[in-house]
Design a protein around this ligand. Structure first.
Ligand code: HEM
Length: 206
């Protein structure tokens, strides 16, 4: 009689796992499927509301160039955070070093300017690779590209000015340098806004 008891026990355990389920959903999906896919009827099923998407604009998925170039392009959203971080850090350090006159920060600004300029290069390169995979060249893309190239040129000029003139960093040179860094930061913010506009839609930052 012990094996009969064991068989009944196993049957009780297995029936809910292999059966068609006793939930309120009307579909035939498995437990691994998301809830929203299980219901087949209209109205609500298990608290999930059906939404009519027939009138929604369907965007085609972005084209994906293959190979290393395509892979580099898909790294663009990751790589752009490097120059954004370095350039904002440079602007803050320069504010403390040059505007307020804190000497330690002023010295730190020199290598930072070069690092910030170099950090733009992977962002630029991956941007060109990403642009190759975009189905339509929009005005936002062209603006974004030009602003980011301008930003890189300004930071590179600032770094060169600071490095070459570091022995005679006169008041005028400081003012020109501060202007270059300030303009580069502004272009970065506006350019990033246009980059995000391509991804998230109009009016992302302003
Ligand atoms: C230092 C230079 C650059 C920076 C800091 C930068 C920054 C950004 C940012 C913040 C975004 C939004 C990403 C997101 O939120 O997911 C973006 C998107 C984008 N950028 Fe750049 N960018 C740079 C250079 C370029 C260049 C030179 C091009 C093209 C020639 C370019 C093409 C694109 C494209 C196509 C997108 C949309 C990405 C997508 O659809 O996944 N970028 N960029």
């Amino acid at each position: 009689m012990r094996w009969v008891g064991a068989a009944v026990f196993l049957a009780v355990l297995l029936v809910p796992a292999t059966g068609t389920g006793s939930g309120s959903g009307t579909g035939t999906g498995t437990a691994a499927e998301p809830k929203a896919q299980r219901g087949t009827g209209t109205g609500t099923s298990e608290g999930v509301e059906d939404i009519d998407v027939s009138g929604a604009e369907v965007k085609p998925p972005p084209a994906k160039p293959s190979g290393l170039w395509g892979f580099l392009g898909r790294l663009h959203p990751l790589l752009v955070h490097v120059p954004i971080g370095w350039l904002i850090l440079l602007a803050l350090v320069d504010l403390g070093g040059l505007a307020i006159g804190y000497e330690t920060l002023e010295r730190a600004g020199r290598p930072l300017a070069i690092i910030a300029a170099l950090s733009c290069l992977p962002g630029l390169l991956s941007g060109f690779a990403r642009a190759d995979g975009v189905a339509k060249v929009s005005a936002a893309l062209l603006l974004h590209r030009n602003l980011m190239i301008g930003c890189t040129v300004l930071v590179a000029a600032a770094a060169a000015l600071r490095y070459l003139r570091r022995l005679r960093f006169t008041r005028t040179m400081r003012a020109v340098y501060a202007l270059l860094v300030g303009l580069a930061t502004a272009l970065l913010v506006i350019g990033a806004h246009h980059g995000a506009t391509m991804v998230y839609g109009e009016g992302y930052l302003f």
